[in-house]
Design a protein around this ligand. Sequence first.
Ligand SMILES: [Zn+2]
Length: 213
Amino acid sequence: MPTPISRSEAQAAGLTHYYTHKSCKHGHLSRRYVANGQCVICARANALNYRNRDRQNYNSKMRTYRKGNPQLRKREQLRAKMYAPLFKKQHQIRLKKVSENPFMPENSLFLARRMVHGSRSRAKQRKVLHTIYAQDILPLPSHCPILGVELSYGQISHRGRSCHASLDEIIVGEGYVPGNVAIISIRANTLKSNITLSEIAQLYKYIERKPDD
Ligand SMILES: [Zn+2]
């Protein structure tokens, strides 16, 4: 817990946040903004709500805002560079913890975000459409829908690699859009990779054929 400081004291000291031992009307015992007295947790929830109400609109608004304020981007880049090692370490620690219990809602969200983050950069590289968000792949399945094996999430162990969850673009080339993605095992994803239906038939015929045919 931060040390209590009144709003006026914080303002005099040039701080952006203050903290009293009183909770907000929603029961959060958290820091508040000097600027408007709002509780940090409430503000974060409001921002998330606002963003999710109309995501496309929000994104385009933010894009325009960033274009008009290039200095913000510079500052963000500097900060990102400065904190990168710390964030990476924190992420690894959280990932390890989350892997133990992937179906707890907040853990699932963390893992889904991570998977979508990965698919977004793959989509960008391959220049295919990507319009899904973490919410679109929740809830996480416990088993691979193709092979039926139990899926593991989060940290990949070498032994369990084939049973690890991966995000599949069902029809390759159509992009990561709602309805064209599924969570399947790495094994199934590798087998599928970019095989066509007629290739599957040929392969099946080849394996099924007895040696003396
Ligand atoms: Zn609050």
